[in-house]
Design a protein around this ligand. Structure first.
Ligand code: CMP
Length: 143
């Protein structure tokens, strides 16, 4: 089953949007397999956002994501990676369609409420960065 890494960023946590975000993915029909509220250590943030290391906003990005608790999650379902990206909306909330999470709740490109893996490779990498295998729940034996 395809899995993705999703994270309510510090702005979303502080604005009490965890429930709203979780509800959207639950109602869509995806399954939550891992979740935790955590403060991201700086080294982990730098590794997570490693592909943006050369960007001028890298420092700001790491400062922000480590500035307060995030709600880290793993979700599973058919095509969950691309569907979650559609549900999140464009990276810059000013371009995000109404009805998407960033379109409905975000204002600035930095404080854009949610992060989601953009490919199967990043999903595997990001899940591995934030979760141990034993922290992920198993639904396949449900009767
Ligand atoms: P995210 O999906 O978490 O992945 C990288 C993040 O970089 C992105 O969301 C944005 O929040 C952030 N970002 C992109 N462009 C800028 C920018 N110009 N200034 C600050 N942050 C940015």
């Amino acid at each position: 089953m395809e899995k993705t890494y999703l994270m309510v960023k510090p702005d979303g946590v502080q604005r009490n949007l965890i429930g709203e975000v979780v509800a959207r993915f639950e109602k869509k029909g995806f399954q939550l397999v891992g979740a935790k509220l955590m403060n991201i250590p700086r080294e982990l943030a730098e590794e997570h956002y490693g592909e943006h290391k050369e960007r001028p906003f890298f420092g700001e990005l790491v400062d922000f994501i480590t500035s307060g608790p995030v709600f880290a999650m793993v979700w599973q379902g058919e095509n969950v990676i691309s569907t979650a990206r559609q549900m999140m909306g464009a990276t810059n909330p000013k371009d995000a369609a109404p009805g998407t999470i960033r379109g409905d709740f975000g204002v600035t490109v930095g404080k854009n409420v949610i992060h989601g893996s953009d490919s199967p490779e990043s999903a595997e990498r990001e899940i591995g960065l934030f979760f141990k295998q034993e922290e992920l729940a198993e639904y396949s034996k449900l009767i």
